[in-house]
Ligand binder design. Sequence first.
Ligand code: PGA
Length: 263
Amino acid sequence: MAVNTRVPLIAGNWKMNLDHLQAIAFVQKLAWSLKDAGHDFTSTEVAVFPPFTDLRSVQTLVAADKLPLAYGGQDVSTQESGAYTGEISAAFLAALECQYVLIGHSERRTLHNETDEVVAAKVTAALKHNLVPIICVGETAADLELHGPSAVPVAQLKAALAGVDNAADIVVAYEPVWAIGSGQAATPDQAEQVAAALRTTLAEVLGQDVADKTRILYGGSVKGVNIAGFMKEPNVDGALVGGASLDITEFSSIVRFQKHVGL
Ligand code: PGA
């Protein structure tokens, strides 16, 4: 088995929270608090996913203060440009120097009827503009009962990779729908089991090299108190954090998981 050289990624999905003024204050405080705590940004990467209307402000702040934080959009259009009212293109995100974009979050799949085909088209659009897609997959409680833990996430990942070639830089986020915002996280064992299945899928579809270098995040009720358990698992390379990413102390504690148990 290849040596794990994957740099952990802790990503904060703000969802529809914090306007652009709040975003500036928040990002500044987050960067300071992590720097004060001596966080080594090369050992664990940190990214935030603010609402679209905040991105220009975050870009300006990150560039002006040279903050070692990555950022990205919470969604992206399948389309390049044109008559698509309300949509945001991958080119627009790239122009704001976003490195990442979340794609196929369960709230998009459920509340906006995003199908696997739409998710795949968004992944293709992101890669075309050199954005790293964070492809979100996960089963509902009903899926879990019917199909077991990894069948649905694996099928969603296969579908999302339809237009991806083996040179692509991608991230996968496993987020069981029943764990999102519920306070009931998966166990580290459960997360590892699905992450391992997702890595096998990556190897089947894109080859072992891509599978070895691709980061797989766990998401769903991640907090400072449970992050270390997930990060000890060999196939879990970080976290996608919702609620706890809006609290600087809590998010910093997640980012600094290595300090919790001397990992
Ligand atoms: P949560 O959300 O951390 O609030 O459970 C995770 C997510 O939706 O990405």
